[in-house]
Design a protein around this ligand. Sequence first.
Ligand SMILES: Cc1ncc(COP(=O)(O)O)c(C=O)c1O
Length: 461
Amino acid sequence: MTGSLFSDINDFITKNPVRMHFPSHKGIGDSSFVSKAYDITELGFSDNLLHPTSSIMDAQKWLSELFSSQATLVSLNGSSAAIAAAAMACVGEGDTVLLGDNSHIACYYAIIHAGATPARFLVSDHVRGACLCEVQKAIEENPGATAAIITCPTYLGCSTDLLEIIELLRKSSVISIVDEAHGGHFHFYDGLPASAMDSGADISINSGYKTLNGPTQSAFLHLGHNSPVGEGEALKWLRTVHTTSPSYPLLLDLLQSMEAMGQVHRTMEECHSHFLEVADFVSSHSMVMLNSQAAALRSGTSYDFFKMPVDFTDLGFYGPKAAKFLEADHSIYAESIGLDYILFAAGLNSRPRDYNMLMNGLGDLASQRGMENDRAVVGFRYAPTLPKSAMGMKKAMKSKYRLLDIEECEGEISSDFLSIYPPGCPIVIPGDVIDIETVNFFITHKENRTGFSNNLVKVVI
Ligand SMILES: Cc1ncc(COP(=O)(O)O)c(C=O)c1O
């Protein structure tokens, strides 16, 4: 019984929509492996992803050469499992992990699995990401921290000071784990920011489907040439968070998609020039391409041309409404929708027609300037401060709780993560005291229906 899911997805495909969302393959290309014929198990000849000794071991060795890592492991439980494995391999009970407040929730889950404590630091600009001085300050405030998880590139497609940050962490004896879920393609083209492996990271994680052409759920865990963690150790921990029955169709599809990566130079050049055309179009219609603007404003920041985060603050549009308009009138489906911006995600399979239709749609949107004048609440993109922590994350999650409206939460200790999606980075984590500024921040998002999904908040009794 598929209900309406199957027909809804079929209707979507039949529309031939402009897919500016993940996965990056954009629905183009058939995987011959989706056939049930390839859905096998570990049969000796088919090796074992979690204990590789033959063909899968060779494939992972080939991947490590492709990415210039010391070793590369495949995760079929997404970047989430790869980040958890990395954290567990590096830290344990009582260890401190530096973590910018622009980190994905998967990084917090990883720290919970590892039994460590996060030392969160404020990242002043979530478009650009953490800069060297913010990481420096975090190191000074947390002497003895064992590891740092740095999110680079950001969700909106910027990379900042990565080489210098990794160097600083090394000098400070802090292990560098780079959540590079959105930068799997960087190593394959010089005109993109440098990859974490090429920048000397100890460990990095790439998604196989966000900006590479693999299937959803696939990811890579790379170990750098100077990594303090060996391949066997990383694999040991990956096993603890991975399904014990990895899917062969997903694995084969991922490996096949990576075969093309050696020859993507020309396509990358085309994608870059399409990006520049869209960026020009956007700025000539009173909108802003946030990532290329951030890179232009600050040296040390570079941008990913697969990401097109378009800010229409000056047009006064309300994000969700603008996105609905683009979907209904232009069949454009975006990766994510903020208060006053929309993120369009292109990829190697994006076609000239997709970029042209995107410009048509944005032009049409700009001409609707008056659209019921739903002026977005601007200036509320990030939380104003970091909440204070009253107890550890795990203890707070295991505590008895009651449910309150956000309006009633001032002074309460949260038992859960609270965030705005997008970008989905937790603002309150379990154990944090919910202060009045945070309450007001969430009330604003609740009133505007912009991504605050915790209708009722779990607070510790
Ligand atoms: C920056 C970042 N890291 C990690 C993850 C988790 O990746 P996955 O959903 O593949 O487990 C995401 C997911 O969106 C992400 O954006």
